[in-house]
Design a protein around this ligand. Structure first.
Ligand SMILES: [Zn+2]
Length: 824
């Protein structure tokens, strides 16, 4: 069949039982009465030569078509119209003749006019099903035709680009007949055609897990990094299960999506975005108690695939409150978004969810699985209860030997055993855990440059900082042993220092009051210091920011996302914007989801006059898509790397067309660098951390002492710690290893202690102008497309070395003093 000629017309009949008639050799009854030799196959396409040739008269074919038109749904009639009516008659006559006279059939010939007319008609009229909003694909009901018992897949597995999740295998020994023959499970083309290769793989993986194709379990963990489209993959899974199974009926009747309350609406919208009105979702958010109970009861009472909403979207909190209703009867599938919330198997939400009557459990987590074994156990045990044994079995078999082996004074034998158990554990879990990193996105996205910018504090910041560290407050807190309380105080001290790192203005009240730790600090403020007007020049990072913003504004039409941990810092940004006349918007945690959506939409518009989008890293960037901007500044580091990553993933994501620049500011040698180190360490430790906020709570006394120390004479404390061999006297003489990128460890990034060779003109200029930067680590997401021809490569390399040698000489003297100082 010349399929390609009918591209675009395929859909209406694909799932119509009537098409079976075409594929099976059975003739249609009515036609048979008139002419048994005329197969209804002729109807398929006027272009099929052979089947038509059997027809003796075009009239009969026309009659057959008419019969089908009358007896099937309107959609088949719609299909017939564009070509058949006009051409069928003529050509079948020709065919019949050709057969009769036994001449080789001539190739099809339209007159040019005919053809043009057909094309013109096609183009002028969108192909429409006669009934408004009628969705033909998903109904097996037809008008006036007897139900045909032949079992067939819902979508054509042979279609180009079809994603087949299940393929039946038939053996001679099987006793299948038309009533129990398994069928293909094929992802709905409407989704399949938007899935990217890694997403197809993810859907297949999850499907195999939940239907139990891989073992005696039905749960899985989807831990793809942010930006890879976890939501779409899950929607595809849910939609497929709701519609199909090898048994030719839905695999499940109902699915529950449990997520943080801020994402309920998001899930609802995503279902709408991809599936339109095909699926009804019940999203429960902020309903009254009575209403919620009523809705949930109705949802649970519904046991039919045909009515009601099959998908319930509900927050963890609401789920816990109404668990009694939701665990009353069976559910096909439960899907837990931000699933690392379930790392503690003793909390109430965990236990409520465990009570669900479902074996198919999917856990989503963009941040990877915790390296804490017990938490690991909780997550795994949630999706596949019992697979790791009970709590004490797990401890005995895995946790104890593994921990023993990691102990510094363990024996070789213990270490070997630990390794063995660890491998056993990961082999087991990897069967149902899938995780891909966002480096996959490099195929689709423009290059991203990530920079860690060490920014020097100004003199007054340094003085106040040192004064604070010397204060009684700190001395007391470092000598006190009163546990909890001491920790809480440490936290507030950390906050004060972090704020000071940004700008003295953020702690100006304390300075003016002479509050604890800030006694006598006023003397260090410059004489002309005033709070009435923002003075960027007295805060290193703010100064750099100010210059960068101006440079960006003047040299490009780029837009910027500004992220900070503190609302107070955001206030300061606002002050700066007002001072410079920049248009901005600001997203707060308190903002309603609807308002957020509107704001994001406004910002992303290409013609929007908004220049800056301010975001609190705590307000949760989850789901925000800020691709209108291609530069993002993380103004201060958070304890939790996941928070920072969430925020940074806002601009370098699907739909981004420009190269992206991500700047992470840390104040050189200060507590910020230490937080940052801890963050990267935490990430590197297992490359697996999911944790929230915990990092803040527990410090040993030594750690605290380390935190409250200012490394004054350094360009970057972080770089010092590496004892980097690639840099000699502050000049990088050896490039980062080939194949490294911005997901690599910082020690494998580019190291710059001057503003040369930075791939971003903006920060390079700002460095030059402000002299506030002391060091930059930078790397990119991928190799930039311009490949240097092979024979030119060695030359280039040589040139580079010479260049670096020049630097080497330049900087030698200048940097010597930093080496003299011993600051260990
Ligand atoms: Zn280095």
């Amino acid at each position: 069949m010349r399929k390609n000629q009918f591209k675009g017309f395929k859909s209406p009949l694909i799932d119509n039982p009537a098409i079976d008639l075409l594929e099976s050799p059975k003739p249609l009854k009515k036609v048979k009465q008139e002419d048994s030799s005329c197969k209804i196959g002729a109807f398929v396409s006027p272009l099929i030569d052979k089947s038509l040739s059997n027809c003796e008269s075009p009239k009969i074919v026309r009659k057959a078509i008419l019969d089908i038109e009358l007896s099937t749904t309107p959609k088949s009639r719609a299909f017939v119209s564009p070509l058949v009516d006009k051409t069928l008659g003529k050509r079948s006559v020709r065919k019949t003749k050709a057969n009769a006279e036994n001449i080789v059939p001539r190739p099809l010939k339209f007159s040019i006019l005919d053809h043009e007319a057909v094309i013109a008609e096609l183009l002028s009229k969108a192909f429409k099903v006669p009934i408004a909003d009628y969705i033909p694909e998903y109904s097996n009901k037809t008008l006036g035709i007897r139900k045909i018992l032949v079992r067939r897949p819902l979508h054509d597995p042979t279609l180009c680009n079809a994603l087949v999740l299940y393929t039946p295998i038939f053996k001679d020994t099987d006793n299948y007949d038309d009533t129990n023959k398994p069928v293909h499970v094929v992802v709905d083309p409407i989704l399949c055609n938007v899935l990217r290769p890694h997403q197809r793989e993810g859907v297949k993986f999850m499907y195999d897990c939940v239907i139990g194709a891989k073992g005696d379990w039905n749960g899985c963990i989807m831990a793809d990094e942010m930006g890879l489209g976890k939501t779409l993959q899950c929607i595809t899974l849910v939609w497929t299960l709701l519609r199909q199974s090898p048994d030719c009926k839905p695999e499940i009747i109902k699915a529950i999506i449990v997520c943080p309350s801020s994402l309920v609406k998001n899930w609802y919208n995503e279902f709408g975005k991809w599936l339109g009105s095909r699926v009804t979702c019940l999203a429960i958010a902020n309903e009254s108690k009575d209403k919620t109970i009523e809705l949930l009861n109705t949802y649970m009472a519904n046991q039919s695939a045909r009515c009601g909403a099959p998908v319930l979207i509900i927050s963890y909190e609401t789920f816990r409150l109404y668990a009694e209703i939701l665990t009353a009867s069976e559910i096909g599938l439960v899907l837990c978004d931000e699933g690392h919330r379930l790392k503690n198997n003793e909390n109430l939400t965990y236990q409520a969810l465990m009570g669900l009557k479902t074996k198919r459990r999917v856990l989503l987590s963009g941040t990877p699985i915790q390296n804490d074994l017990l938490e690991y156990y909780s997550l795994v045990n949630f999706v596949n209860p019992g697979i790791l044994g009970n709590n004490s079995e797990f401890k005995r078999h895995y946790e104890n030997p593994i921990l023993k082996g990691q102990d510094a004074c363990s024996s070789d034998k213990e270490r070997e055993k630990a390794n063995e158990r660890l491998q056993e554990l990961s082999a087991l879990v990897n069967q149902f855990l899938i995780r891909r990193t966002s480096s996959l996105l490099t195929k689709y996205l423009p290059v991203k440059f990530e920079m860690v910018v060490c920014v020097k504090m100004t003199q007054c910041q340094v003085d106040i900082y040192k004064n604070f560290l010397k204060s009684d407050l700190i001395r007391k807190s470092l000598s006190s042993t009163n546990g909890e309380k001491g920790s809480a105080r440490a936290l507030s001290n950390i906050t004060s220092l972090k704020k000071l790192c940004s700008h003295p203005e953020l702690v100006i009240e304390k300075i003016n009051e002479g509050a604890d730790g800030f006694e006598n600090a006023q003397q260090y403020l410059p004489p002309n210091y005033s709070s009435r007007d923002l003075m960027p020049q007295y805060g290193g990072k703010v100064l750099l920011l100010d210059v960068m913003l101006a440079a960006i504004k003047a040299n490009s039409d780029d837009k910027i996302v500004l992220v900070s941990n503190y609302t107070q810092t955001l206030d300061l940004f606002e002050k700066l914007c007002r001072k410079r006349g920049y248009q901005y918007c600001r997203l707060d945690g308190s903002m309603t989801i609807k308002k957020r959506g509107k704001m994001v939409e406004d910002f992303n518009k290409p013609d929007s006059s908004l220049f800056i989008f301010m975001l609190s890293s705590k307000a949760g960037g989850c789901g925000l898509n800020l691709i209108g901007a291609n530069r993002l500044i993380m103004f201060d580091p958070d304890w939790n790397p996941a928070n920072d990553e969430q925020a940074m993933a806002r601009v370098w994501r699907d739909g981004q067309k420009k190269p992206c620049f991500i700047y992470r500011f840390v104040a050189t040698g200060t507590i910020e660098e230490k937080i940052f180190q801890r963050q990267t360490h935490k990430k590197a430790l297992s490359n697996t951390v999911v944790d929230n906020d915990e990092g803040e709570r527990h410090f040993s006394m030594n750690e605290l002492k380390e935190l409250f120390k200012l490394e004054e004479n350094t360009k970057s404390d972080t770089h010092d710690i590496f004892k980097c061999k690639r840099c000699v006297n502050d000049v990088q003489v050896k490039l980062p290893p080939e194949g490294s990128d911005c997901t690599s460890d910082l020690s494998q990034w580019y190291h710059c202690s001057n503003n040369k060779q930075i791939p971003d003109e903006i920060i390079s200029r700002a460095w030059d102008i402000t002299q506030t930067v002391s060091f930059i680590f930078h790397h990119r997401s991928q190799v930039v497309a311009q490949e240097v021809p092979d024979e030119k490569k060695p030359k280039e390399k040589k040139k580079k070395i010479i260049y670096e040698d020049d630097d080497f000489v330049d900087l030698d003297e200048e940097c010597d003093d930093s080496d003299d100082e011993d600051y260990k």
